[in-house]
Design a protein. Sequence first.
Lengths: 428, 429
Amino acid sequence: MADNISVISSDLLGVSYEKIKHKSGTEIYLWQMPEFTTVESYFVTKYGSNYQTFKTKNTEDFITVPEGIAHYLEHKLFENEDSDAMNLFAKTGASCNAFTSKDITAYYFSCNSRFEENLEILLKFVQNPYFTDELVEKERGIISEEINMCDDSPIRLEMKNLYKAMYANHPIKEDIAGTIESIQKINADLLYKCYNTFYNLNNMALFIAGNFDRDKALEICDKFLKPSEDLQIEVKLPNEPREVCQKEVVAYMPIKLPLFMIGIKLEPKDGRTEAERSIIADLAISTVLGNASEFYEQMQKEGLLTCPVGGQASSGKGYSNLVIYGESKDAKAVSQKIIECFEKAKTEINGELFDINKKRVYASALTASNAVSGCVGMMLNSFCNDINAFELLEIVSKVTSEQVKQFIQDNFKEECISFSYILPQEKQ
Amino acid sequence: MSTFFNKTNLNDNVTLLEIYDKKFVSNTVEIKFVSPINRCWRTIKSLVVALLSTSNKNCPKRIDFEKKQLALYDSAIDYDFYTSGNNQIVKLSAKFLNQKFALNGDVIGEQVVRMLLDCIYNPDFSGEAFEHENIASKKQALIDEINNRENDKMVYAIKRCRELAFKGEPCEYDCLGSISDVEEITQKQIFLAYKFLISQCKVEIVLGGGDDFTKIKKMVCDEVLSHEIHGAGEVVYKTYSPLKNQPIELTEYSDVNQAKLVMAFKSDLDDLYAHKITNAIFGGSVTSKLFVNVREKMGLCYSCSSAIIEHKNTMIVICGTNKPAEAKAEILRQFELIKNGDFSKQDIDVVVNMLCSGFMSNYDSLYAIKEWYCTQYARGESFKPEDFYNIFSEIDKDRIVESARSFELDTVYVLDKLENGDNQNGGEN
C-alpha cells in the first residue's frame, strides 16, 4: 500500500509541511526548515492518563487500570532489555525526554547532528518495551518522589482541586501521575496490557521539524515502522453532567501570595469546533481581561493585580474547559470581579480591543512557525484536533466580536463555573 | 552559520552588541544599565526600570501604552533586573516583528523602539516625581514578586542557600530586597536612582533579530550617546566567592511534602571550561553520576542535578528528596569518586558531545543566541558555539580531576518537613 501524502501550506506565513499516512498506520508529519540548525522529532501515541477503561476488537470486555499507569509506562519505556534509551541518545549528543498528558504520551529528541541515528533510536526504543516486576518496582520510589514534588507545587494542587470540583466522574479529575497509593497496584503485566493496546502504530504519529533530509527520514520510517493491525480501540468514559459538582474549593499551603483559578466547564465538541472555540475563548479573555482592558487597569489601581490573568482552553476525549488563573493578595475579590466583567461582556464587547487582539494572535502564529519546537507544536496540535495547522489563522481572520459575545453568553453560566483557591496557611 | 555578531565600544561607557540572522521573524532591542550591587539602592533601581517600562511623556497612560504595543502586532516593552557576579543589571527591552509582516503597511520597529527610548530618556516625570498611582502599582508588583518567590519551595531553598553561601559579599543580596525595603522607597529616591542609571552606569546596547537594523541602530545609538555618562566604574563580572573555613549547614522546616536539599561547592581554580565538563559529569546531564546513582539506582529522588554559578566559581547541587541525609551522603560520595578520577573517557566524550550539541542549538532561537553572545561579552570572549568542539577537545581527564578537586563543600541548606523538626527552625552548625 502506498503512502498517502498531502502538503499543507500557508501563504500568509510562507511555510508548509507534509502529512503522510504511512503504510504502517502511523501518521507522519514533516516540516523542513533548512535555515535552522536543529531537528526535533516527537513519537506520540493517543494515550494519556484519562484512558483508564478500554478494550480492543481482540479483547472480550473492558478492563480498568490504576490511575497513573500511562505516566508510569512512559517512565519505564526508556529502559529496554539491553540498553537505556537516554544513554543511547547521550552518545549521539542528542537531548531526549518524554511527557504524559491527559490525552497523549510523547517521546522526543532534539539534535543538530546524527539525526538519522537518533530517529532510529527513537523508533526502536518506543516499539520495544521491556517490563519486569523487578524493574517496575525500582521505578516506584522515583515516581513517588515526583508525586511528592508536585504536591509541593501550589499551582498543581490548585489545578487538581479545580478539576475535582468541576468533574463528577470524568478521569480528568485524577492527577496524571496518579497517587502514591494507586501506583502501588501497577505491575509489568498491566503495563504490557496498556502498551499492547495503545502503542499500536494506527494509534500513533511521528513529527519531525527542522533541518533534516526528508528522504532519509522516510527510509528509516519504512524500515522501522511495520504495518500493524488496527485494533479499533474503544475507550469508555463515565457519563459526565453538564454542570460542575462543586462551586468552590479552598486549600491552604505555606505560601505568601494567594492563587485563584476559575474553571468554566464546556460541552465537548468535535476537533475543528473545539479549535475554533479555543480561539474565541482566547480572544474573549484577552479582550475582557487582558493588560489593555479596563478590568486590568482597575485591578492595578486597586493593587489587586500586578500582572494580567492567564487563560487556557483545553479539550480532549469527553471534556472541554476554559481555565482562568492568576494571583492576588485578594484572590476571591478578583475572581468575583472577573465574573462580573464577563456578565457585562454578554451584552458589550470592546471592538477596538477585540481588533488589536486579533493582531496578537497572528503575531503569535508567526513567531511559533519561526521556531523548530513551535512547528512541532503546531503539527501536534493539528493531530490532536484533526485540523490542519494553519486553519487556526483562517479561523482568527473570520472571528467576529459577535461570536465572542455569543461564546460568553452560552458558557459563563453559574452552574458551569467552579473556583479553586490556594491561600496562605495563616489565613486558615 | 549565517549569524552575524559584532561588538563595538561606542565610547568608554557604552558598548553595542549586534546579533543578526535573517531567518528570524522577530527582533529585540535591549538597553542594560550595569552597576555594582548596592544593598541600599538595589530595590530602588529595580523599581525604577519597572516604572519606566509602562509609560513615557508622549504616552503617559499605561492603558494607552499597552494598546499601542498590542496594535503593533503584540510588540512588547519589558523590563528585567538580575545580578551577574557582584553587579546588578537593570534592563529595558523592546521586541517586535519584522517589518515585512505588517499587514496594512504599519511601521513596526521604528515606532516600538521610539517608545522604548522615550520610556528611558523621556519618562513621565512631573518635576522630580513619577505619577503616584504608577508607583503604588509597581511597588505592589515587586511585593507580589517577593511573596511569589516563597510560593515555590525549591526556588526559596536555592535563594536561602545562595544567601548563606555568599554571606558578606554584595551578591548575598538579590535585586528585590524585602517587603519593607519596597514600602519605604520615596519619590526622591526614585528620582535619584533614575538619574544614577542614565548618567552613572555603564550601558550595554543589544540589537538582535532578522530585520534591517540600519535606521534602528542609528536611532538607538544617537539617543544613548546624547546623554553624558560620568563616574561609571569599571565593570568586573568575575569575582570568585571565598570558601568558608568550615562548611555551614542549616536546616529549616516548613509544611512541605518533600525536603529540598541545596548544596554549594566553591573553587579557586580559574578554569571555567573544565568546570563545565566536571559539572556535566557530576550532575549536569541525564548520564551524570547524580542522575544515574542518586535517582536511578537508589531511587532517592525524582530530580538531582548540579549547575555552575559562573562568575562566583561556585557549583550548586539541587535535590528534592524525602531522605536528605542519605541523598547528601551519596552526593558527596559521588563527588569524591570524580575527584579520584573514577570516570571514563567515554563519560567525558558523552558530556562534551552533549554540551557542544546544546551550544549549537542556540543558533535556532533569537533569545538563546543573543544570550550566548551577551555571556561571551561578560567573559571578555567572543567564541562561537562551534568553537567549543576544539576548546573542549583540549581538556583531558587530568584537567577535569584537577577541576573537581578544586571544589570544596561550602554550604548545605535543607528545607525539611515540619514533622522532622518538631516545629523547630534554624538548626545551623
